[in-house]
Structure formats: C-alpha cells, structure tokens
Design a protein around this ligand. Structure first.
Ligand SMILES: *Cc1c(COP(=O)(O)O)cnc(C)c1O
Length: 421
C-alpha cells in the first residue's frame, strides 16, 4: 500500500516514491539500501552541523533525562532563560527581548502581530498593514502567505482569502553594488512608504538574501537605507532571518553586514542546528516597552503550546556553542571561496546559453537557469553522482552544512556544473 504520508509541495500525479532515509552522518544522509547522499541543501537549510553531530545529540539526550517539556505560561526553565540571554548576546545590539515559538512561519506571525499591536498601543491603530517586497517568502501560514510575493510566489490561488498588504519592488542592486545603484531600489521603497505609511505597521524583509523567492541577493546599503526610511516614516523594520541567520550569508546574521539593528528579528531554521523545530522573535526595548501598561490590550496575546520547549532550547544552546567554539565563520569563508572559484569564476558556466545568472553569498550559491524546464531531471542526475540537490523553479542552488569539506563542496559544485556541461 502506498504510504499515507502527504508530502510537501508535491504534485500527486507525477511525484516519485520518496527515498527512505534511515540515518546520516556529517553532510550525508543514508537511505535504506545503504546509498549515502551528500546533502547540498542541508535539509531546507537548517542542518548546519550536518547529521548526527555528537554534541547536539548528547545535549538532547541529557535534556530528555531532565525535562522534555513544560509550558512557558507562568513558568520558566533554565534552557529557555539561557537561550534567550545567548540570543540577546549574539544578535545586533538593541535586540533585548525574546519570544519563542515553534517554527519560522509562526515566528513571523508573532513579529507581524507584535508590530500591529505596538502601533495600536502607541495610539496609531491605523498602522495595521505590512509592507513586504516582491520575491519575498515568509512562510506558509495564512498571515505569512499574505506577505509572500503575490505574483511569482506559490500562494496566488489563495489571494481571495488573504488580507491585503503593500509591496515594494524587490531590490535589484547586487551585494557589491555602488551606492547610486542601491539608491534606485531605495527610491522605489520610499515611494510606497510616502503613499501608504499612515497604514503601514512594519516593513518586512529577508535581509540580503531573498531565499525561497529565487535566491535574490542585494546590498548591505539597502538594509541601511531601509532602516533610515523606517525611522523617517515611523514604520517598524522586521528582519526575517529565518534563512539568513546563523552564518548563511557569511556573517552570523545578515544584519551584521550593514550594522543595522531591526526593531524585530525572527530566527528559526539554523537556530537548533535543525535538530528540533523552534523559532525566536527578538524585539528591541522600544517595541517591548510599549507593551508595558495597565489595559487588557497591553498583553501580547500569543502563546504556542511548545514555545520555549526545553529540548529545543537546550540543543539550540549547544548549536551556538559549537558554532562559536569551532569558528564556523571561518568554515563558511572556506566554503565561500570554493563556491566563488568553482561557480562565479567559471566562464564556461557563466557564459552557458541556458544559464541566466550565477550568484554566491556566504555559504549559498545559485545557478539561475533560463527556464524551469532546463532543470528537469537534475535531481536524478545528481543522485547518480551521490549528491542530493533539490532545485525549485529555475534555481539550482546549494546551501550546504557548514561542516562540508572543501572536497565535498567541490563535488557538489561539479555536479551542478556537470548538468550544464
Ligand atoms: C523557511 C522560511 C520561513 C518559514 O519557516 P518554517 O519553519 O518553514 O515555518 C520563513 N521565512 C523564511 C525567510 C524562510 O526561509
């Protein structure tokens, strides 16, 4: 009998039987027949330490012996308290309060509710819409779908059901763009803010790297400019660092490239090293303090059952400790050099007629094909070479685990290039 498991984003008529994973070690997972695949995507970008990392596994086991779960409503525990302090320590200065939840989408829902309630409490109840960017992806729940790219995104069929927000054009200036190129992107953002700021609570963005919307990369100057515009128009700046957080762009957070502190920042994917689902929504003192007051409306009405789960917090603490003790930023820089040399500096690839663009940032690289059809069959092609690639649309990308060796990184890039050769 076919499995009753309903797979994500799957087209039921054409989907193939999913290979069964029985384990994994380092950057590879292992299938039931013993086949080991080098994971070029580290499981939707979250398994940053790879599979079966001994310290992370030990942390979960140790915590399981002590306390697997307890509600955070009216109670607290060491792992939640310590993780909150650590997140405040490592994130940009000014982010001082941490609201836990169980997934990236919910972390973004929390951010949006927080922003709307903040303005309500500041006597600006008219500021109740979001400003998002084209090509954005912020999650699959209803609130998040409403701030994903409304045209190219995968949620357009739900448009009748979703609340309406504002959208500014996606930035087009690349990472190393000159200031005047970035000015054009910022002018487009300013235009929407000038028109609609009176009803905009927050500007949402995936800083530097719009991930699921096509690995669209932009300049740190765009983040700086967005910060200034938000201050000018009394709009909160929300950084969705669910994908970019924990080293993906080459610094611990994308915000660090621009030395910008957003008012609210959301972390998930890499937070627990991928070992358990969890998220954190961080807020500045200014946002938090607006909630200090005596009316019933001052309470922030949100509380996921599993927020601050001790197992998740404990493994997140271990993940961060390993990241810092083993100098992961240096590992990421090494991977980045391989991606540069192998992909960006390969004239045959960049000049290939089916390749529209090649982009690299931190431990992220994408070959953008001209057409989604150009990538049909690439997953099976890679699997035959021992590599797990899962492209979407016309984007063939890698976001490897940071413990991937240079040789392994090369075997991923060579597989990607071989497809076009
Ligand atoms: C994956 C992702 C989300 C959603 O996180 P889930 O844990 O899948 O709900 C939100 N924002 C960004 C930028 C993401 O990459």
């Amino acid at each position: 009998m076919a499995s009753p498991v309903w797979h994500p984003y799957a087209h039921l008529l054409t989907q193939q039987d999913a290979p069964k994973v029985v384990g994994g070690k380092g950057p590879r997972f292992v299938l039931e027949d013993g086949e080991a695949l080098l994971d070029a995507t580290c499981s939707w970008w979250c398994m940053i330490h790879g599979y079966a990392h001994p310290r992370l596994v030990a942390a979960i086991k140790e915590q399981a012996d002590t306390l697997c779960h307890v509600m955070l409503g009216g109670l607290t525990h060491d792992p939640a308290d310590r993780l909150a302090r650590e997140l405040v320590r490592v994130t940009p200065p000014g982010l001082e309060h941490v609201f836990f939840s169980d997934s990236g989408s919910v972390g973004m829902e929390v951010a949006m509710k927080m922003a709307v309630q903040y303005h309500h409490l500041c006597d600006k109840p008219g500021k109740h819409r979001m400003l998002s960017l084209m090509k954005a992806y912020h999650g699959d729940t209803s609130g998040c779908m409403a701030v994903c790219d409304p045209e190219e995104g995968m949620h357009s069929l739900f448009s009748g059901y979703l609340p309406r927000h504002h959208f500014a054009p996606a930035p087009t200036a690349p990472y190393d763009a000159a200031p005047d190129a970035v000015e054009q992107d910022l002018a487009a953002l300013r235009k929407v803010l000038e028109q609609h700021h009176h009803e905009i609570a927050a500007l949402l963005m995936e800083p530097l790297l719009q991930a699921a919307g096509g690995l669209n990369m932009t300049s740190p100057l765009y983040l700086k400019g967005a910060r200034e515009l938000c201050d000018e128009f009394d709009v909160l700046l929300v950084f969705d660092e669910v994908a970019t957080g924990f080293g993906r762009t080459g610094k611990l957070f994308a915000a660090d490239h621009a030395e910008v502190t957003p008012d609210i920042m959301v972390l998930s994917k890499g937070l627990t090293g991928g070992y358990l689902g969890h998220a954190a929504t961080l807020a500045t003192g200014r946002v938090h303090d607006a909630f200090i007051g005596s009316t019933p409306q001052h309470a922030f009405m949100h509380g996921p059952t599993f927020m601050g789960n001790p197992l998740a917090c404990r493994v997140a603490l271990e993940s961060l400790a390993v990241f810092e003790e083993e100098n992961y930023l240096e590992k990421i820089a090494r991977l980045n050099r391989v991606l540069y040399e192998e992909l960006l500096e390969d004239p045959a690839l960049r000049g290939h007629p089916r390749v529209r663009d090649v982009r690299v940032l931190g431990a992220t690289a994408v070959i953008e094909a001209n057409d989604a059809a150009d990538l049909k069959g690439v997953a099976a092609f890679a699997r035959a070479r021992g590599v797990w690639l899962r492209p979407f649309g016309r984007w063939l990308y890698t976001m490897p685990a940071y413990i991937t060796s240079r040789e392994e990184m090369r075997s991923i890039t060579q597989t990607m290039k071989a497809w076009f050769a």
